[in-house]
Design a protein around this ligand. Structure first.
Ligand code: FES
Length: 239
C-alpha cells in the first residue's frame, strides 16, 4: 500500500509523503508558498507568518503544518496575498531598510518578496528605530537596522555550525538579535566561514571584503522573482 498522501493546494492535487510539511510538499510539486523565516536546511520556526495559508478554512503556517489526507489548502488567493503584503510592509517600516545602499540588494529575500508582492512603498508609517551595528569581528558585520528577526542565524549557528553564537533578547518592539558574549561578535567563536552568516535572508549579517563582488543588476533576484526556482519544477513537469 502506498504511503502517499493526497491533498489540494488551490484546487490542484498534490502528492506528499507522510510527515512532510505543507511547504515541503508544495516545493516538491513546484507550488511556491512565499516565506521568509523558513530555510531548507533548518528546522522550521513558524515565526514570520508570511507562509500563512488556509487549511480547511483555518489560517496555518505552511512551513510547520504537516500534510494530512484530503486537506484543502488555499495559498495563492487575494486574501493570502493581502496578508503577506501587510506583513512585509510592517517588516519594512519597523526596521531601517535602505535598499539602494545595501550590499544585499538583489540578493535580499525581503526586497525580492516586496517586488514579488508588488509593494512599491509601505502603507504604514516608518518607525525609524535606533539600532546597533557591530563591526568588531574581523570577517563578519552585523547591522541590526536590517534584521527581520527571522531567527535563521540562531538556528543555523546551532544546527549547522554546532555553535550558539546568536540568540534573541528582549520582547515585542524591543526584541533584538544578540550575540553570545559580553557585548560584541568578536568575543564569540563565530568564524567567517560559519553558515549562520549566509543563512541571513537580508543584509543584517554580511561578510566583510566581499561587498559588490557581483555587480548590482546581475544578482539572484535581479532577473528572476523569488520563488521562480520552485515554480520551475512544475513548469518542467508540464512539458
Ligand atoms: S516561513 Fe513559515 S512562518 Fe515564516
Amino acid at each position: 500500500m502506498s504511503d502517499k498522501i493526497k491533498f489540494t493546494i488551490d484546487g490542484v492535487e498534490i502528492e506528499a509523503d507522510s510527515g512532510q510539511t505543507i511547504m515541503q510538499a508544495a516545493d516538491k510539486a513546484g507550488v511556491y508558498i512565499p516565506r521568509l523565516c523558513a530555510h531548507n536546511a533548518l528546522t522550521p520556526h513558524g515565526s514570520c507568518r508570511v507562509c500563512t495559508v488556509r487549511v480547511n478554512g483555518r489560517p496555518q503556517a505552511a512551513c510547520t503544518q504537516p500534510v494530512a489526507p484530503g486537506i484543502i489548502v488555499e495559498n495563492d488567493t487575494e486574501e493570502m496575498k493581502k496578508n503577506r503584503i501587510n506583513i512585509v510592509d510592517m517588516l519594512f517600516v519597523e526596521g531601517n531598510h535602505f535598499c539602494m545602499f545595501c550590499e544585499k540588494s538583489g540578493n535580499c529575500e525581503l526586497q525580492a518578496m516586496a517586488y514579488r508582492l508588488g509593494i512599491s512603498a509601505p502603507s504604514h508609517e516608518y518607525l525609524f528605530p535606533k539600532r546597533e551595528l557591530d563591526a568588531s569581528h574581523p570577517d563578519i558585520f552585523i547591522d541590526r537596522n536590517r534584521c527581520i528577526l527571522c531567527g535563521r542565524c540562531v538556528r543555523a549557528s546551532k544546527e549547522l555550525d554546532n555553535k550558539n553564537v546568536f540568540q534573541f533578547i528582549g520582547r515585542g518592539i524591543n526584541k533584538t538579535i544578540a550575540v553570545n558574549a559580553e557585548s560584541k561578535l568578536s568575543e564569540t567563536d563565530m568564524k567567517g566561514v560559519d553558515l549562520a552568516a549566509s543563512a541571513c535572508p537580508v543584509g543584517a549579517i554580511l561578510k566583510k571584503r566581499v561587498g559588490f563582488t557581483i555587480p548590482v543588476g546581475q544578482r539572484l533576484y535581479d532577473s528572476k522573482p523569488i520563488g521562480t526556482d520552485i515554480e520551475a519544477v512544475s513548469a518542467e513537469s508540464d512539458k
